[in-house]
Design a protein around this ligand. Structure first.
Ligand SMILES: Cc1cc2nc3c(=O)[nH]c(=O)nc-3n(C[C@H](O)[C@H](O)[C@H](O)COP(=O)(O)OP(=O)(O)OC[C@H]3O[C@@H](n4cnc5c(N)ncnc54)[C@H](O)[C@@H]3O)c2cc1C
Length: 479
């Protein structure tokens, strides 16, 4: 984008949204140069903060007029570089569209703007007997718009499903700038599930400006447990044991020793630092059944070698356990300056194997890797620790990440469970899908985004590209 174009479009954008909601000075834009995938950096030329759908539509039409690419951004917590403006362009940031427009308990839905922070919706619902189920660990920061675009998961999606199971409808601004509603408050719309395709479209199929989310009855009771293991293998076998016994916990999360140490240093919860792994297990439902289920889970863990199973006796203790899990990422700053969180999936029974391989890959590349993940779903999050000022280390992080993801595929799994492809994993699309599969997906994307100006360089590899596609990095960390 030329400087002249940037100046012209900034002036026009100011005419649409007003002077205080457009940034075009490099010093202001630097903060948007990356998201939580800190390795690749792409700086937008202009950032704009709309407050209404009409403003979004006008912004998109303006970008089309100047043939300038544009990308939506929520809170920027993507761990896959999803919100990066590849090659520059206009970044449309949704943090000012954060109204909860309606809560309809009779019909069990809420209508929210895309910039509503996930946890804010549940805070708003306290006392109603309902909640919004998808709960990414980043829920204190990430937005519902970002969750829809990535089809976000979270600890409680083991029982309740991922975002797509909780979205009834969306309003989008198309790549051409038209405002379209797909689905709505009713449970089922006739025809193909178009709303379901926008969810997980990673911002390449339309810009979400309103979401009808399903509200879920808050369970009558809950039991939260912490099982302590001396061996990772035993912990993973216990996971298979619990699911194999026909119990579907609301959540089943695992933390290994590396992450435990960081969490303990940060919060001082009294976790045993010599344990190789802990499982955070929650069952919920009707009060009358919960103690039985809790005892079954305890027995299964003990039979698989758990040294100890602790119970959260009060709501405060439960909150503390969840704080340890959900803020584990924040504690990583104690271990290293930067980290890269991977997001592979394997069949649950392959967990012992993949965790051994991750350890071996860490040793091969001389990298420290810690694990905190949605074990019940087989959704791994190996966290590779590094210093982003060290170019050699960054190469090793990427090589090790690719090797871990290759191993997930070899196990019959996937290269993403919830974070999406973004620009980080484009090269894996050719490994997971055939050319014909990709062709169909590309034709669908092109039908909604014909000029490719909306979120270019994301999700689908460029036609004909194969192997390790490299989206021209604007800048790579350390370079
Ligand atoms: C500490 C930490 C923990 C995390 N835990 C989880 C977890 O448990 N589960 C999980 O699924 N993810 C998790 N994530 C990843 C991340 O939080 C999710 O991908 C989240 O959904 C991104 O939301 P966001 O608002 O930050 O979106 P952004 O990062 O801003 O954008 C993400 C993608 O959504 C697109 N997008 C954003 N807004 C819109 C819109 N209005 N319309 C269309 N497209 C849009 C962007 O273009 C981009 O492709 C975690 C991240 C961190 C840093």
């Amino acid at each position: 984008m030329s400087i002249a174009d940037a100046v012209r479009i900034s002036d026009d954008l100011r005419r649409i949204v007003g002077p205080g909601r457009v940034l075009d000075a490099h010093s202001d834009l630097a903060v948007f140069e990356c998201d939580a995938f800190v390795i690749e950096k792409h700086c937008p030329n202009v950032a704009v903060f709309p407050e209404t759908t009409a403003e979004v539509a006008a912004i998109v039409k303006l970008c089309n007029k100047y043939r300038i690419p544009f990308v939506p951004r929520g809170a920027g917590t993507s761990l896959a570089g999803g919100g990066l403006p590849v090659g520059g362009g206009v970044m449309i940031i949704f943090t000012r569209m954060r109204a909860i427009l309606e809560v309809n308990l009779h019909n069990r839905y809420a209508i929210v703007e895309p910039g509503v922070v996930n946890a804010s919706l549940n805070k708003h619902l306290v006392g109603t007997g309902f909640h919004y189920a998808p709960d990414p660990s980043s829920q204190g920061a990430c937005t519902i718009g970002g969750n829809v675009a990535t089809n976000a998961g979270g600890p409680h999606t083991l029982k309740y499903g991922v975002t797509v199971n909780h979205v009834l409808g969306v309003e989008i601004v198309t790549a051409a700038g038209d405002i379209v509603q797909i689905g709505g408050p009713a449970e089922d719309s006739p025809g193909p599930d178009l709303a379901g395709t926008i969810v997980g479209g990673e911002g390449t199929l339309g810009i979400v400006t309103k979401v009808w989310v399903r509200l879920t009855r808050t369970p009558q009771g809950v039991r939260t447990m912490l099982a302590v293991f001396d061996s990772i293998d035993d912990a993973t076998q216990a996971i298979s044991g619990i699911i194999g016994a026909g119990i579907i916990p609301a959540a089943l999360e695992m933390m290994d020793q590396g992450i435990l140490v960081a969490v303990e240093q940060a919060f001082g919860f009294g976790f045993p630092l010599d344990a190789e792994a802990i499982l955070l297990i929650e069952v919920d439902g009707l009060e009358v059944a919960l103690d039985v289920e809790r005892d079954q889970v305890t027995t299964i863990c003990s039979n698989h070698g758990a040294r100890e199973v602790r119970f959260a006796a009060t709501a405060k203790e439960r909150l503390q356990l969840w704080k340890a899990r959900k803020q584990a990422f924040g504690a990583i700053g104690r271990l290293s300056p930067s980290y890269c969180t991977q997001d592979g999936v394997v069949p649950r029974t392959k967990l012992p194997h993949i965790l051994q391989r991750i350890r071996a890959i860490g040793e091969k590349y001389s990298l420290r890797i810690v694990n905190v993940f949605h074990a019940g779903d087989g959704n791994l999050h190996p966290i590779l620790l590094f210093d982003e000022r060290n170019a050699g280390e960054i190469k090793r992080v990427l090589d090790a990440s690719y090797e871990i993801l290759d191993e997930c595929l070899a196990c019959g799994g996937s290269v993403t469970g919830e974070h999406g492809i973004g620009l980080e994993k484009l090269s894996f699309m050719n490994k997971m899908f055939t050319d014909d599969d990709l062709d169909v997906m590309t034709r669908f994307r092109d039908a909604l985004n014909p000029d490719g100006q909306l979120s270019p360089g994301k999700l689908l590899p460029t036609a004909g590209a194969c192997g390790m596609e490299q989206v021209h990095p604007g800048r790579r960390a350390a370079l």
